[in-house]
Design a protein around this ligand. Structure first.
Ligand code: FES
Length: 375
């Protein structure tokens, strides 16, 4: 029997993510930014961002994230934070910490910035600096102290993969020492540069299982002192994630050049004309554009999603992953065990398993570090 059709009313965007710039001082090989972002040199002006923020707020957006690239590379970040707060947004800075001086932090605190998420690449200086291809470990440690000093809740994000999964215990110890309140251990999801480096970054099942058991043991030991979120890599699951809480559901991302996106990776999908805030009102983008309506509801779904009881819960998984792995964004995300292409995902995991069991593991090809736009 077919699962009932759903086409819920379009709710307002709750989360506006302002990707202020693709420029970044770091070169992480797991960055989710588009791999061709080095060619992207046009960024919205301060006034254009103000306008986007005003429009999104009028539509009902409540949370405003500033990310990139590295948002601190924008000299007008403080102005944007100030305007965001004035409009009544809950504001959130997602940063590598590079460029966060005490005076900038003090100013943003004064303007009411609500929340900062700081990223580290590892608990060791060597690996942190190798992965970011910069000497930034000590600088980040200083920024972590500053964030505490300015009485922000300390939120630390570490992306996990083959190179640092075995360090999870040390990463947790580092976070405790820094006084972190919320530690996000996010296994790499394979988009952007991470997809380019998938074979090099893919962990073994044993690594993931071991890290998860370490996290559980630490949780039991430290109790509420620090909350730890451990996100299992998609490829190791049998059911897909409800990516972005559904396409055009709650998330409105604006790329540095003003392109409006229902998710970070959407630009990789061919045949969709993503609207730009330079020439289209945010309301029209959200409610009426073909791009934002393309994968709402279930009319676009094929089997097995169309007849699946979970379709209103997981929305068939991730459109960008379906496209990257099957060549058709309307297919079920092959992470799902019901997908006819699930075997491809298992083969990728098995391949990592085999290669990494070799006595001295060498990536089949060197890691490709993220290239940055010059400006
Ligand atoms: Fe685009 Fe999942 S990242 S839908």
């Amino acid at each position: 029997m077919n699962a009932p059709t759903f086409r819920p009313a379009i709710a307002p965007p709750l989360w506006l993510l302002a990707e202020l710039t693709y420029r970044c001082p770091l070169h992480c090989p797991f960055c989710y930014n588009p791999v061709d972002s080095a060619n992207d040199r046009t960024e919205l002006t301060t006034e254009q961002w103000f306008d986007v923020m005003r429009q999104a707020r009028q539509l009902g957006a409540a949370q405003l994230g500033f990310s990139g690239g590295e948002p601190l590379l924008r000299d007008d970040l403080e102005e944007l934070v100030g305007e965001g707060r004035r409009l009544g947004f809950y504001t959130n800075l997602i940063t590598s910490g590079i460029g966060l001086t005490e005076s900038r932090l003090a100013r943003m605190k004064e303007l009411g910035l609500d929340h900062i998420q700081l990223s580290f690449q590892d608990s060791t200086r060597e690996l942190n600096d190798f992965l970011s291809s910069t000497k930034t470990f000590d600088l980040k440690a200083r920024v972590a102290r500053l964030i505490k000093q300015y009485a922000y809740p300390m939120v630390l994000n570490v992306v996990l993969h083959r190179f640092n999964l075995d360090h999870v215990e040390r990463i947790i110890a580092m976070a405790l020492e820094m006084g972190v309140e919320y530690l996000e251990l996010a296994n790499t999801q394979y988009y952007g540069w991470a997809l380019v480096n998938r074979d090099q970054l893919m962990p073994t099942r044993e690594q993931v299982a071991h890290a998860e058991s370490v996290v559980n043991a630490c949780r039991a030991r430290i109790g509420n002192k620090m909350r730890i979120l451990f996100v299992v890599p998609d490829y190791f699951e049998a059911r897909p994630k409800a990516c972005m809480n559904g396409w055009g559901g709650v998330f409105l991302g604006i790329a540095p050049d003003g392109t409006a996106l229902p998710c970070h990776a959407a630009r990789t999908l061919p045949g969709i004309d993503f609207p730009n805030v330079r020439d289209t009102r945010v309301k029209e983008i959200w409610y009426d554009s073909d791009a934002f309506n393309r994968y709402r509801g279930d009319a676009w779904m094929k089997d097995p999603c169309r007849t699946c009881d979970d379709k209103a819960k997981d929305f068939g998984g991730c459109r960008c992953q379906a496209y990257a792995l099957t060549g058709d964004a309307a297919n079920a995300d092959p992470v799902c065990a019901k997908s006819a292409r699930h075997g491809d995902v298992q083969a990728i995991v098995m391949h990592a398993q085999r290669t990494q069991q070799d006595a001295v593991w060498q990536p089949a090809q060197p890691i490709v570090f993220r290239k940055n736009p010059q400006k």
